[in-house]
Design a protein around this ligand. Structure first.
Ligand code: HEC
Length: 140
């Protein structure tokens, strides 16, 4: 009996977590990155939307081309993006515009690793990811 009720409350906790996939869950994720960032660099003064914005728009030269996160996700992350290679539309990244964003931590980590490697040639740091999400949350 006791075991079952623990299982039920766990299940309930997971479902309610999935249901509130929106700005609040993005904020929770950003808070986690802030904790990691502080562990890695004790001088970290917290997350910054301004740094996240710089990071998002910063162009790097990849195979002779200037590419930024904004190249596909546009300079306004609340807008629909467009893939620079395939031309396919990309739903907005900003959780206020697209509540499905930042709901699934595994997916977010996977996308970050893949895109960061594509654009900056390595995975992004916890500070960069946290700043980036903080910026996205600030865009309505
Ligand atoms: C070449 C095009 C392209 C570039 C450049 C790009 N992205 Fe993406 N991004 C995509 C596509 C395609 C998706 C997946 C489609 C979707 O989820 O709507 C995506 C999804 C994501 C997601 C998933 C969020 C979620 O929870 O669903 C994150 C985070 C992300 N990108 C971050 C970045 C960051 C950070 C950069 C810059 C370092 C970047 N992207 C650069 C095309 C791009």
């Amino acid at each position: 009996m006791k075991k079952t009720s623990i299982l039920f409350s766990l299940l309930f906790a997971f479902t309610s977590l999935a249901a509130q996939a929106d700005v609040a869950s993005a904020q929770k994720l950003a808070d986690k990155y802030a904790i990691f960032a502080k562990h890695i660099n004790p001088n970290s003064t917290g997350l910054s939307a301004a740094e996240g914005k710089n990071f998002f728009n910063r162009e790097l030269t990849i195979k002779g081309k200037q590419v930024a996160c904004a190249s596909c996700h546009t300079s306004n992350p609340a807008n629909e993006g467009k893939h620079i290679v395939t031309g396919k539309p990309i739903r907005p990244l900003s959780p206020a515009a697209n509540p499905k964003r930042f709901a699934d931590i595994d997916k977010v980590e996977k996308e970050f690793t893949s895109h960061c490697n594509d654009v900056i040639g390595r995975d992004c740091s916890a500070q960069e990811k946290g700043d980036f999400i903080t910026y996205l949350i600030s865009v309505k």
